[in-house]
Design a protein around this ligand. Structure first.
Ligand code: NDP
Length: 339
Protein backbone atom coordinates (compact mmCIF):
# COMPACT_ATOMS: atom_id res chain seq x y z
CA UNK A 1 0.00 0.00 0.00
CA UNK A 2 1.45 3.39 -0.96
CA UNK A 3 1.54 6.33 1.48
CA UNK A 4 -1.33 8.80 1.55
CA UNK A 5 -0.42 11.81 -0.61
CA UNK A 6 -0.55 15.39 0.72
CA UNK A 7 -3.12 16.51 -1.85
CA UNK A 8 -6.14 15.02 -3.56
CA UNK A 9 -8.40 16.10 -6.43
CA UNK A 10 -12.12 16.76 -6.17
CA UNK A 11 -14.81 18.06 -8.54
CA UNK A 12 -16.65 21.30 -7.86
CA UNK A 13 -19.73 22.65 -9.57
CA UNK A 14 -18.91 26.25 -10.46
CA UNK A 15 -21.93 27.24 -12.60
CA UNK A 16 -25.46 25.89 -12.93
CA UNK A 17 -25.84 24.19 -16.33
CA UNK A 18 -28.48 25.51 -18.72
CA UNK A 19 -29.63 22.45 -20.65
CA UNK A 20 -26.79 20.01 -21.26
CA UNK A 21 -23.94 20.46 -18.77
CA UNK A 22 -20.65 21.64 -20.29
CA UNK A 23 -17.08 21.34 -18.95
CA UNK A 24 -17.16 25.08 -18.14
CA UNK A 25 -19.73 24.33 -15.40
CA UNK A 26 -17.20 22.23 -13.44
CA UNK A 27 -13.68 22.44 -12.01
CA UNK A 28 -11.31 19.72 -10.83
CA UNK A 29 -9.48 21.21 -7.86
CA UNK A 30 -6.49 20.08 -5.84
CA UNK A 31 -6.96 20.26 -2.08
CA UNK A 32 -5.00 19.16 1.00
CA UNK A 33 -5.83 15.67 2.27
CA UNK A 34 -7.26 16.23 5.78
CA UNK A 35 -6.58 14.30 8.97
CA UNK A 36 -9.57 12.51 10.48
CA UNK A 37 -11.09 14.07 13.61
CA UNK A 38 -12.80 12.15 16.38
CA UNK A 39 -15.40 9.76 14.91
CA UNK A 40 -14.08 10.19 11.36
CA UNK A 41 -12.29 8.05 8.82
CA UNK A 42 -10.14 8.97 5.84
CA UNK A 43 -11.06 6.93 2.78
CA UNK A 44 -9.11 6.41 -0.43
CA UNK A 45 -11.90 6.16 -2.94
CA UNK A 46 -11.59 3.20 -5.28
CA UNK A 47 -14.81 3.51 -7.32
CA UNK A 48 -17.09 6.52 -7.81
CA UNK A 49 -20.69 6.39 -8.91
CA UNK A 50 -22.14 8.74 -11.51
CA UNK A 51 -25.93 8.68 -11.64
CA UNK A 52 -28.67 10.48 -13.59
CA UNK A 53 -30.15 12.08 -10.43
CA UNK A 54 -26.98 14.16 -10.13
CA UNK A 55 -28.15 16.24 -13.07
CA UNK A 56 -31.14 17.39 -10.99
CA UNK A 57 -28.81 18.39 -8.15
CA UNK A 58 -26.99 20.78 -10.50
CA UNK A 59 -30.15 22.93 -10.67
CA UNK A 60 -31.17 25.19 -7.81
CA UNK A 61 -34.78 24.22 -7.27
CA UNK A 62 -36.82 22.45 -4.60
CA UNK A 63 -36.42 18.69 -4.81
CA UNK A 64 -36.33 15.56 -2.68
CA UNK A 65 -32.56 16.04 -2.42
CA UNK A 66 -30.68 19.35 -1.96
CA UNK A 67 -28.84 20.91 -4.88
CA UNK A 68 -25.04 20.86 -5.17
CA UNK A 69 -23.62 24.13 -3.86
CA UNK A 70 -21.61 26.28 -6.20
CA UNK A 71 -17.88 26.31 -5.51
CA UNK A 72 -18.06 23.31 -3.20
CA UNK A 73 -17.17 19.67 -3.78
CA UNK A 74 -19.86 17.55 -5.40
CA UNK A 75 -20.82 14.28 -3.77
CA UNK A 76 -22.35 10.93 -4.60
CA UNK A 77 -21.91 7.23 -3.95
CA UNK A 78 -18.39 5.86 -3.58
CA UNK A 79 -16.58 2.82 -2.26
CA UNK A 80 -13.07 2.92 -0.94
CA UNK A 81 -10.46 1.76 1.52
CA UNK A 82 -10.03 3.25 4.98
CA UNK A 83 -6.49 4.65 5.23
CA UNK A 84 -6.78 6.35 8.65
CA UNK A 85 -9.37 6.05 11.37
CA UNK A 86 -10.36 7.76 14.57
CA UNK A 87 -13.65 5.92 14.74
CA UNK A 88 -14.41 2.82 16.75
CA UNK A 89 -15.05 -0.23 14.61
CA UNK A 90 -13.18 1.08 11.54
CA UNK A 91 -9.55 0.23 10.84
CA UNK A 92 -7.17 0.93 7.97
CA UNK A 93 -7.75 -1.70 5.29
CA UNK A 94 -11.51 -1.85 5.84
CA UNK A 95 -13.67 -1.18 2.78
CA UNK A 96 -16.63 1.17 3.04
CA UNK A 97 -19.55 2.52 1.04
CA UNK A 98 -20.27 6.20 1.64
CA UNK A 99 -21.66 9.35 0.03
CA UNK A 100 -18.58 11.47 -0.66
CA UNK A 101 -17.71 10.60 -4.24
CA UNK A 102 -16.44 12.91 -7.02
CA UNK A 103 -13.03 13.02 -5.21
CA UNK A 104 -9.95 10.88 -4.61
CA UNK A 105 -9.79 11.04 -0.78
CA UNK A 106 -12.84 11.55 1.43
CA UNK A 107 -13.09 12.55 5.07
CA UNK A 108 -16.17 10.68 6.22
CA UNK A 109 -18.11 10.68 9.47
CA UNK A 110 -17.99 7.00 10.37
CA UNK A 111 -21.70 7.08 11.17
CA UNK A 112 -22.30 7.72 7.47
CA UNK A 113 -20.11 4.86 6.21
CA UNK A 114 -21.15 1.25 5.75
CA UNK A 115 -18.59 -1.51 5.75
CA UNK A 116 -18.66 -3.71 2.66
CA UNK A 117 -17.03 -7.05 2.01
CA UNK A 118 -14.81 -7.23 -1.10
CA UNK A 119 -14.77 -11.04 -0.78
CA UNK A 120 -18.56 -11.29 -1.04
CA UNK A 121 -18.83 -9.25 -4.26
CA UNK A 122 -16.63 -7.00 -6.39
CA UNK A 123 -16.46 -3.57 -4.71
CA UNK A 124 -18.09 -1.85 -7.69
CA UNK A 125 -21.21 -4.00 -7.25
CA UNK A 126 -22.01 -2.07 -4.06
CA UNK A 127 -22.60 0.99 -6.26
CA UNK A 128 -24.71 -0.94 -8.77
CA UNK A 129 -26.58 -4.20 -8.56
CA UNK A 130 -26.10 -4.54 -4.77
CA UNK A 131 -26.44 -0.81 -4.16
CA UNK A 132 -28.82 2.03 -4.86
CA UNK A 133 -29.69 1.13 -8.49
CA UNK A 134 -30.27 -2.55 -7.66
CA UNK A 135 -32.46 -1.59 -4.72
CA UNK A 136 -34.39 0.81 -6.98
CA UNK A 137 -35.07 -2.00 -9.42
CA UNK A 138 -36.10 -4.42 -6.69
CA UNK A 139 -38.42 -2.02 -4.83
CA UNK A 140 -39.79 -0.40 -7.96
CA UNK A 141 -40.78 -3.68 -9.54
CA UNK A 142 -41.88 -5.76 -6.58
CA UNK A 143 -43.31 -3.15 -4.22
CA UNK A 144 -44.32 -0.11 -6.30
CA UNK A 145 -45.53 -1.98 -9.40
CA UNK A 146 -46.88 -4.91 -7.35
CA UNK A 147 -45.33 -7.33 -9.84
CA UNK A 148 -46.80 -10.81 -9.84
CA UNK A 149 -45.92 -14.03 -11.60
CA UNK A 150 -47.33 -14.15 -15.12
CA UNK A 151 -47.13 -10.38 -15.70
CA UNK A 152 -45.72 -9.04 -18.93
CA UNK A 153 -43.19 -6.35 -18.04
CA UNK A 154 -41.83 -3.55 -20.19
CA UNK A 155 -38.83 -1.52 -18.98
CA UNK A 156 -37.27 1.49 -20.70
CA UNK A 157 -33.62 2.35 -20.23
CA UNK A 158 -33.40 -1.42 -20.11
CA UNK A 159 -29.65 -1.75 -20.65
CA UNK A 160 -28.80 0.66 -17.83
CA UNK A 161 -28.00 0.05 -14.17
CA UNK A 162 -31.61 -0.01 -12.97
CA UNK A 163 -33.27 -1.31 -16.14
CA UNK A 164 -31.01 -4.32 -16.61
CA UNK A 165 -31.79 -5.45 -13.06
CA UNK A 166 -35.54 -4.82 -13.42
CA UNK A 167 -35.73 -7.09 -16.46
CA UNK A 168 -33.65 -9.83 -14.86
CA UNK A 169 -35.64 -9.80 -11.61
CA UNK A 170 -38.89 -9.95 -13.58
CA UNK A 171 -37.60 -13.01 -15.43
CA UNK A 172 -36.35 -14.69 -12.25
CA UNK A 173 -39.70 -14.02 -10.56
CA UNK A 174 -41.70 -15.68 -13.32
CA UNK A 175 -42.77 -12.94 -15.70
CA UNK A 176 -44.69 -14.17 -18.71
CA UNK A 177 -42.68 -11.91 -20.98
CA UNK A 178 -39.99 -9.27 -20.43
CA UNK A 179 -39.48 -6.49 -22.98
CA UNK A 180 -36.85 -3.77 -22.95
CA UNK A 181 -36.02 -0.67 -24.96
CA UNK A 182 -32.55 0.81 -25.30
CA UNK A 183 -30.64 3.19 -27.54
CA UNK A 184 -28.30 1.03 -29.63
CA UNK A 185 -28.21 -2.24 -31.55
CA UNK A 186 -25.47 -3.59 -29.29
CA UNK A 187 -27.58 -2.91 -26.17
CA UNK A 188 -30.66 -4.48 -27.72
CA UNK A 189 -28.67 -7.58 -28.57
CA UNK A 190 -27.23 -7.79 -25.04
CA UNK A 191 -30.73 -7.61 -23.56
CA UNK A 192 -31.96 -10.71 -25.36
CA UNK A 193 -28.71 -12.63 -25.67
CA UNK A 194 -27.15 -11.97 -22.24
CA UNK A 195 -29.78 -10.74 -19.80
CA UNK A 196 -32.65 -13.02 -20.72
CA UNK A 197 -35.15 -10.48 -22.07
CA UNK A 198 -37.74 -12.07 -24.38
CA UNK A 199 -37.78 -9.09 -26.73
CA UNK A 200 -36.01 -5.77 -27.06
CA UNK A 201 -35.96 -2.85 -29.47
CA UNK A 202 -33.97 0.28 -30.24
CA UNK A 203 -36.19 3.27 -29.53
CA UNK A 204 -34.24 5.27 -32.12
CA UNK A 205 -35.34 2.89 -34.91
CA UNK A 206 -38.94 4.12 -35.19
CA UNK A 207 -42.06 5.04 -33.21
CA UNK A 208 -41.89 3.44 -29.76
CA UNK A 209 -45.59 2.56 -29.87
CA UNK A 210 -45.19 0.52 -33.08
CA UNK A 211 -42.14 -1.31 -31.80
CA UNK A 212 -43.76 -1.99 -28.43
CA UNK A 213 -46.94 -3.33 -30.02
CA UNK A 214 -44.87 -5.73 -32.11
CA UNK A 215 -42.85 -6.86 -29.07
CA UNK A 216 -45.92 -7.25 -26.83
CA UNK A 217 -48.72 -8.76 -28.90
CA UNK A 218 -50.72 -9.53 -25.72
CA UNK A 219 -50.13 -6.13 -24.14
CA UNK A 220 -48.15 -5.28 -21.01
CA UNK A 221 -49.14 -5.44 -17.34
CA UNK A 222 -46.25 -3.50 -15.82
CA UNK A 223 -44.29 -0.58 -17.22
CA UNK A 224 -41.10 0.41 -15.41
CA UNK A 225 -40.54 4.00 -16.50
CA UNK A 226 -36.97 5.29 -16.69
CA UNK A 227 -37.31 7.62 -19.67
CA UNK A 228 -40.63 9.49 -20.09
CA UNK A 229 -42.05 11.26 -23.13
CA UNK A 230 -42.86 9.03 -26.09
CA UNK A 231 -42.13 5.92 -24.02
CA UNK A 232 -44.85 6.67 -21.47
CA UNK A 233 -47.41 7.42 -24.15
CA UNK A 234 -46.61 4.13 -25.88
CA UNK A 235 -46.81 2.16 -22.63
CA UNK A 236 -50.26 3.61 -21.85
CA UNK A 237 -51.46 2.63 -25.33
CA UNK A 238 -50.23 -0.95 -25.07
CA UNK A 239 -51.06 -1.52 -21.39
CA UNK A 240 -53.65 -4.08 -20.33
CA UNK A 241 -56.50 -3.26 -17.94
CA UNK A 242 -55.36 -2.93 -14.30
CA UNK A 243 -51.78 -2.36 -15.42
CA UNK A 244 -49.26 -0.68 -13.12
CA UNK A 245 -46.63 1.92 -13.92
CA UNK A 246 -43.65 2.70 -11.70
CA UNK A 247 -42.35 6.17 -12.50
CA UNK A 248 -38.72 5.74 -11.54
CA UNK A 249 -37.02 8.23 -13.84
CA UNK A 250 -37.67 10.57 -16.76
CA UNK A 251 -34.20 10.91 -18.20
CA UNK A 252 -35.40 12.14 -21.61
CA UNK A 253 -36.26 15.47 -19.98
CA UNK A 254 -33.39 15.98 -17.50
CA UNK A 255 -31.60 18.47 -19.78
CA UNK A 256 -34.74 20.12 -21.15
CA UNK A 257 -34.83 23.91 -20.95
CA UNK A 258 -38.61 24.14 -21.46
CA UNK A 259 -41.41 22.22 -19.71
CA UNK A 260 -41.96 18.93 -21.53
CA UNK A 261 -45.42 17.91 -22.77
CA UNK A 262 -47.29 15.18 -20.92
CA UNK A 263 -48.64 12.07 -22.64
CA UNK A 264 -51.59 12.90 -24.90
CA UNK A 265 -53.43 9.72 -23.98
CA UNK A 266 -53.65 10.10 -20.21
CA UNK A 267 -57.38 9.33 -20.41
CA UNK A 268 -56.37 5.67 -20.83
CA UNK A 269 -55.52 5.63 -17.11
CA UNK A 270 -59.21 5.86 -16.47
CA UNK A 271 -60.75 3.33 -18.80
CA UNK A 272 -57.99 0.78 -18.18
CA UNK A 273 -57.89 1.42 -14.38
CA UNK A 274 -54.12 1.87 -14.61
CA UNK A 275 -52.18 2.72 -11.47
CA UNK A 276 -49.20 5.02 -11.97
CA UNK A 277 -46.94 5.75 -9.02
CA UNK A 278 -43.71 7.67 -8.58
CA UNK A 279 -40.95 6.30 -6.38
CA UNK A 280 -37.85 7.41 -4.51
CA UNK A 281 -35.63 4.51 -3.55
CA UNK A 282 -34.81 5.85 -0.09
CA UNK A 283 -38.43 5.29 0.98
CA UNK A 284 -38.01 1.53 0.67
CA UNK A 285 -35.34 0.78 3.28
CA UNK A 286 -37.53 -1.82 4.97
CA UNK A 287 -37.05 -4.06 1.92
CA UNK A 288 -33.25 -4.00 2.19
CA UNK A 289 -32.71 -7.30 4.07
CA UNK A 290 -34.85 -9.18 1.53
CA UNK A 291 -33.11 -7.39 -1.33
CA UNK A 292 -29.63 -8.25 -0.05
CA UNK A 293 -30.54 -11.88 0.46
CA UNK A 294 -32.39 -12.40 -2.79
CA UNK A 295 -30.35 -10.29 -5.22
CA UNK A 296 -27.08 -11.24 -3.49
CA UNK A 297 -28.04 -14.88 -3.91
CA UNK A 298 -28.83 -14.53 -7.62
CA UNK A 299 -25.55 -12.71 -8.15
CA UNK A 300 -23.54 -15.42 -6.39
CA UNK A 301 -25.32 -18.22 -8.28
CA UNK A 302 -24.74 -16.44 -11.59
CA UNK A 303 -28.48 -16.25 -12.32
CA UNK A 304 -28.29 -12.47 -12.36
CA UNK A 305 -25.71 -10.71 -14.52
CA UNK A 306 -24.05 -7.49 -13.44
CA UNK A 307 -23.17 -5.39 -16.48
CA UNK A 308 -20.81 -2.49 -15.74
CA UNK A 309 -19.00 0.15 -17.78
CA UNK A 310 -15.73 1.47 -16.34
CA UNK A 311 -14.14 4.84 -16.98
CA UNK A 312 -10.71 5.28 -15.38
CA UNK A 313 -9.28 8.21 -13.45
CA UNK A 314 -10.81 10.95 -11.30
CA UNK A 315 -10.05 13.46 -14.07
CA UNK A 316 -12.53 11.58 -16.29
CA UNK A 317 -15.45 11.64 -13.82
CA UNK A 318 -17.22 14.45 -15.66
CA UNK A 319 -16.80 12.67 -19.00
CA UNK A 320 -18.26 9.55 -17.41
CA UNK A 321 -21.25 11.51 -16.13
CA UNK A 322 -21.88 13.17 -19.50
CA UNK A 323 -21.37 9.81 -21.21
CA UNK A 324 -24.04 8.31 -18.95
CA UNK A 325 -26.53 10.96 -20.06
CA UNK A 326 -25.61 10.23 -23.69
CA UNK A 327 -26.03 6.47 -23.26
CA UNK A 328 -22.37 5.41 -23.42
CA UNK A 329 -22.84 2.90 -20.60
CA UNK A 330 -24.19 -0.61 -20.53
CA UNK A 331 -25.18 -1.45 -16.98
CA UNK A 332 -23.76 0.61 -14.15
CA UNK A 333 -21.42 3.47 -15.06
CA UNK A 334 -18.46 3.41 -12.66
CA UNK A 335 -15.42 5.65 -12.41
CA UNK A 336 -12.54 3.53 -11.21
CA UNK A 337 -9.59 5.12 -9.40
CA UNK A 338 -7.97 1.76 -8.85
CA UNK A 339 -4.31 1.72 -9.60
P1 NDP B 1 -28.65 4.20 -16.64
O1 NDP B 1 -27.54 3.28 -16.31
O2 NDP B 1 -29.90 3.65 -17.23
O3 NDP B 1 -28.05 5.33 -17.58
C1 NDP B 1 -28.86 6.27 -18.18
C2 NDP B 1 -29.33 5.74 -19.55
O4 NDP B 1 -30.43 6.53 -19.97
C3 NDP B 1 -28.31 5.89 -20.64
O5 NDP B 1 -27.41 4.83 -20.67
C4 NDP B 1 -29.18 5.98 -21.89
O6 NDP B 1 -29.28 4.68 -22.49
C5 NDP B 1 -30.54 6.38 -21.37
N1 NDP B 1 -31.00 7.65 -21.95
C6 NDP B 1 -30.39 8.85 -21.92
N2 NDP B 1 -31.13 9.77 -22.58
C7 NDP B 1 -32.22 9.12 -23.04
C8 NDP B 1 -33.36 9.52 -23.82
N3 NDP B 1 -33.52 10.78 -24.24
N4 NDP B 1 -34.29 8.58 -24.13
C9 NDP B 1 -34.14 7.30 -23.71
N5 NDP B 1 -33.09 6.87 -22.98
C10 NDP B 1 -32.15 7.77 -22.66
O7 NDP B 1 -29.05 5.04 -15.35
P2 NDP B 1 -29.67 4.43 -14.02
O8 NDP B 1 -29.98 3.02 -14.23
O9 NDP B 1 -28.84 4.83 -12.88
O10 NDP B 1 -31.06 5.24 -13.92
C11 NDP B 1 -32.15 4.90 -14.76
C12 NDP B 1 -33.32 5.81 -14.43
O11 NDP B 1 -33.74 5.57 -13.11
C13 NDP B 1 -32.99 7.28 -14.54
O12 NDP B 1 -34.11 7.96 -15.07
C14 NDP B 1 -32.77 7.68 -13.10
O13 NDP B 1 -33.02 9.05 -12.88
C15 NDP B 1 -33.77 6.79 -12.40
N6 NDP B 1 -33.48 6.49 -11.00
C16 NDP B 1 -34.47 6.77 -10.10
C17 NDP B 1 -34.34 6.45 -8.78
C18 NDP B 1 -35.47 6.71 -7.86
O14 NDP B 1 -35.34 6.53 -6.64
N7 NDP B 1 -36.61 7.15 -8.37
C19 NDP B 1 -33.09 5.84 -8.27
C20 NDP B 1 -32.13 5.52 -9.31
C21 NDP B 1 -32.33 5.86 -10.62
P3 NDP B 1 -29.74 4.44 -24.03
O15 NDP B 1 -28.48 4.14 -24.76
O16 NDP B 1 -30.66 3.30 -23.92
O17 NDP B 1 -30.37 5.72 -24.49
Amino acid sequence: MSATPATSREWHLIARPQGWPTPEDFALREVAVPEPGEGQILVRNIHLSVDPYMRGRMDDRPSYIPPFRLGEPMDGGAVGEVVASRAEGFAPGDHVLHGLGWREYALVDAARATKVDPQAAPLSAYLGVLGMPGMTAYAGLLEVASFKEGDTVFVSGAAGAVGSVVGQIARLKGAKRVIGSAGSEAKVRALTEEYGFDAAFNYKDGPVVDQLKAAAPDGIDVYFENVGGEHLEAALTVMNPHGRITVCGLIAQYNATEPTPGPRNLALLLGKRIRMQGMIVTDHGALRPRFVEEVGGWLRSGELKNPETFVHGVENTLDAFLGLLRGENTGKMIVSLDR
